[in-house]
Design a protein around this ligand. Structure first.
Ligand code: ADP
Length: 295
């Protein structure tokens, strides 16, 4: 205020304190005699918009980095191939195999990015309905059994699912979340490991868990596994894109589910999706009485 009044001009300043950022604009009030009567201050909390801007900058930096990594590897292989410097057939085959792998990695990354932005673009929730869990779990088992065999891990559902309640959800989206968990469990479980799917329910919620006996997650990483592009493997040698769990979180937001994770490095991880039971959701619904049908 002092500066605005002595300099007779607007003063703009951002005050940062306690993780908040306040934009201040002070305008002196000059009267017709050319002297000031005081000053008016406008204070705007820009914490959220600055955070969004930072997220956007980080996102672009991450995307560029993720795209550059496979492209650099591909270029390093294509140049000697194009210049006919690779003579041995075996070497050529090896180079082509790596090129194919990197190309597949790029298309996976782009597909995941498109899926994520498609999900984020809508604020609407999915239409929820009564969903039986048994067919969903059977579908996931069928889809992933061959992949698990290929990786030499067992995938099973111990116990019976006959008494598990129906839930209030969207069957395709719920299956997609469980599929992302199982896909990760297979990726991060060494040969000979076990992956088990389990359901625990009470009258209000059902928790569908995927437990693996894999590498586990370090305590300092566990809060970040749902972040976009996060990979515990900093060298990014793993085949993943770092987007699977972000997609799972977006889907969870749309079907009103919550996700949780527990893990012990070297012992394994448990990823869980929590959904409302159909009974609980129906009980809470507003009752509408059709006037014409009532006596
Ligand atoms: P990715 O495509 O890399 O799997 P995700 O978003 O699905 O991306 O997972 C992010 C990171 O979280 C993984 O790269 C890995 O470091 C860690 N993670 C996810 N699931 C597991 C798991 N079951 N066991 C150990 N680490 C996991």
């Amino acid at each position: 205020f002092h500066d605005a009044m002595t300099m007779k001009q607007d003063v703009a300043h951002v005050i940062s304190k306690d993780h908040r950022q306040i934009y201040c604009l002070i305008t002196p009030l000059i009267n017709e005699r050319g002297t000031h009567d005081g000053a008016v201050g406008l204070f705007r909390d820009i914490t959220e918009s600055e955070r969004l801007e930072q997220t956007r900058r980080d996102y672009i930096a991450n995307v560029s980095h993720e795209l550059r990594t496979p492209l650099t590897a591909m270029r390093a292989l294509l140049e000697p191939l194009a210049e006919d410097m690779v003579r041995k057939e075996d070497d050529k085959k090896r180079y082509y195999a790596i090129l194919l792998r990197e190309t597949m990695r790029l298309s996976r990354l782009i597909n995941d990015m498109l899926e994520l932005s498609r999900l984020q673009a809508t604020d609407e929730s999915a239409e929820l309905c009564i969903v039986q869990l048994e067919p969903i779990i059977s579908n996931v088992l069928q889809r992933f059994q061959p992949v698990a065999e290929e990786h030499d891990v067992t995938l099973s559902v111990p116990g019976s699912m006959s008494d598990c309640p129906n839930v209030w959800s969207d069957p395709d989206w719920l299956e997609q979340i469980i599929a992302i968990f199982v896909d990760n469990a297979i990726k991060f479980t060494p040969k000979g490991g076990d992956i088990t799917l389990g359901i625990k329910a009470d009258s209000d919620t059902a928790a569908i868990s995927v437990r693996d006996s894999g590498v586990g997650i370090a305590p300092e990483d566990i809060d970040h596994v749902f972040d976009r592009f996060f990979k515990a493997d900093r060298a990014h040698n793993e085949p993943g894109t770092g987007l699977g769990l972000s997609i799972a979180s977006e889907i969870a937001r749309q079907i009103h589910a919550t996700l949780s994770v527990k893990s012990e490095p070297g012992e394994g991880s448990i990823f869980t999706v929590h959904v409302r039971t159909a009974d609980a959701a129906i009980k809470d619904m507003p009752v509408t009485i059709d006037a014409e049908e009532s006596p």
